[in-house]
Design a binder for this molecule. Sequence first.
Ligand code: PEP
Ligand code: MN
Length: 339
Amino acid sequence: MIIVMKPGSPDELVKAVEDRIAELGYKPHTIRGVARTVVAAVGREDKTPLTQLETMAGVEAVIPILKPFKLVSREAHPEPTRFDIRGVEVGGRRISLIAGPCSVEDEQQVMACARAAKDAGAQFLRGGAFKPRTSPYAFRGLKERGLEILQAARDATGLLIVTEVLNTSDIPVVAEAADVLQIGARNCQNYSLLEQVGATGKPVLLKRGMATTLSEFLMSAEYLLSKGNIRVMLCERGIRTFETATRFTLDLNAIPFLKSETHLPVFVDPSHGTGLWRLVGPMARAAIAAGCDGLMIEIHPNPDHALSDGPQSLKPEKLLGLMPDLQRVAEAVGRTMKG
Ligand code: PEP
Ligand code: MN
């Protein structure tokens, strides 16, 4: 059930509703929107006792949420969610840009990427320090040393750091260094990781699993929100299909579908979604046209020598060259890439 408060309801009325929900044996989750506040009551199967909240002061309506996902649903929060990450707004008119290498390899590589990302107007620097790799013999990241390199790049450029957390035991060390915790495609349905990352309160970039339906993807995000974390970005990164010409098939349907079902910002990763750098620009443009709130693009100063994902990485000058195109498409759909 969601309890929709009347516009401008003071905090004490919201608090009284939260207390009553808890007394009735449910868990209250309050979502404060720009226009109004709603309180979601989750937990017990039988929702009938909650109908009595209709008579409480400040309550406009008590509405059942019919979807299996509750806190992430548009019903719980009709307006798109906007939030702040250390002074950077996500989910507003500006389309966010996350750029950086697949893996952190060394200081020079990361600094070259950070400068390129900054020049292109990105707000976030990505880079994997703990890497999920198909082969146990492949480069699996510099781990703690990689996190230090990312932090040095943040100090030098002011870009915020997005980096992957692979398992629950790494959460403390990664959360200490990162501004945004990335949960990778292979962990999209790792429910204990989702819960524990959700509990950190750190912003999360949740990537869709390569064989995860959109409904399952939203249920994964629900795990994060159920732990009280509202700063969640969803990221479409391509799914497995019969097609082998590209590494994955970037599911652009996901953008308008997710935007209609959830209030959370939707990001798109055309690098993993295609696996081919020549396709990254066109698919980034298409993602903006379809309504995404952010892009994540892999770059590398020397893709031929990259330790991971070189074939899909843009050279810094290619990213820079792409930006005017992205800006034109953004403007055509009422958005901007600029601050
Ligand atoms: C990555 O972002 O480098 C990555 C490993 O992505 P995914 O989890 O989508 O494969
Ligand atoms: Mn990668």
